[in-house]
Write a protein that binds this ligand. Structure first.
Ligand code: 13P
Ligand code: SF4
Length: 316
């Protein structure tokens, strides 16, 4: 369609085609809060990892177009083996999820299991193979409840995020042994950057994601998952906030709170993998029904137990 200016709005054309294809394919489009704004704006649901997993487990759509990274599409495939799960850019991955393999986890479990019961908690940011070796998964939104659900006589091993594990230790008092993985985007945030942002915006509470290092969380007014930040900003009296997570969050925060201001703690907090999917890739995926993410049955059945146990935790 040609607007009065004569300039062709290609993105509107793309959006219309995507909506038609979603309808024709009986598909649902899910997007993580870090996705590009134009992708979030066309999604049926945007959310954090936990919300997206819950939505996946409940949808009656036949096709799930997952705009996120590979482990998220795998989780959708684990929860919905009969549905087609499309990840519009197949190599959109998570560097943290790749920091531990199933073989490394098996070796770690064997080393820890002498004379004690070990319970493995894996962040959802793990491969399906690692989830298959896991007792219970967690996300940034429920890590504390999940850790508290473990029998106190058992030793917890948490993987892969050392920062999330230390956050869980602090808030549960549990002795948690953890893998030394990390999210490169969050782990690079420095105390100096946060102090500088606070000095420029002295009235703004600092909201940090639990993937940030402990010294950053010490400076935080609130530690929240991505969707937890949206809920907090909505109910807070404050008019402006400093955001300590991937900068894609500024879009859903501003959209949900148009009268408030959000400043990045570090504008360099960009997850390149979360930016790989655009409207063109979504349309192509719907037209070709590729690239598909499908977790093999033997892995899926083992991994599903860990995801289901997480989803059964109260208040999550
Ligand atoms: P949440 O959206 O679950 O807080 O997770 C952040 C993240 O890093 C996803 O990759
Ligand atoms: Fe992985 Fe970090 Fe990117 Fe999230 S922000 S997908 S944890 S690298």
């Amino acid at each position: 369609m040609k607007p009065a200016t004569g300039i062709i709005d290609e993105s509107k054309d793309l959006r219309d085609k995507i909506k038609t294809m979603l309808h024709d394919r009986k598909a649902i489009l899910l997007a993580h809060n870090y996705q590009r704004p134009e992708v979030q704006d066309i999604a049926d649901l945007c959310g954090d990892s936990l919300e997206l997993s819950i939505k996946t487990s409940q949808t009656d759509a036949e096709v799930i177009v997952f705009c996120g990274v590979h482990f998220m599409a795998e989780t959708a495939s684990i929860l919905c083996p009969d549905k087609k799960v499309l990840l519009p850019v197949f190599d959109a991955g998570c560097p943290m999820a790749d920091m531990i393999t199933a073989e490394e986890l098996r070796k770690k479990k064997a080393a820890l299991s002498t004379g004690q019961n070990v319970v493995v908690i894996s962040y959802v940011n793990t491969t399906a193979d690692v989830k298959a070796e896991t007792d219970i998964c967690c996300t940034s939104a429920n890590v504390i409840q999940v850790a508290k659900s473990v029998d106190p006589s058992h030793q917890i091993f948490m993987t892969p995020d050392k920062n999330l594990a230390q956050y869980a230790i602090k808030h549960t008092g549990r002795n948690i042994i953890y893998w030394e993985g990390f999210c490169p985007v969050h782990n690079n945030l420095t105390v100096e950057q946060v102090r500088k942002a606070k000095s420029i915006h002295p009235e703004a509470p600092f909201l940090a994601h639990p993937e940030c290092p402990p010294e950053i969380l010490e400076l935080a007014d609130e530690v929240k998952s991505t969707s937890g930040m949206i809920a907090y900003a909505g109910s807070s009296e404050s008019r402006e906030f400093i955001i300590g997570t991937e900068i894609g969050m500024l879009h859903p925060l501003s959209k949900a709170n148009p009268d408030k201001l959000f400043f990045p703690a570090d504008p360099g907090m960009i997850c390149n993998d979360m930016k790989k999917i655009g409207l063109g890739e979504i349309l192509t995926a719907l037209q070709t029904m590729q690239p598909e993410v499908k977790v093999p049955r033997e892995i899926r059945e083992k991994a599903k137990g860990a995801v289901d146990r997480m989803l059964a935790i109260p208040s999550t």
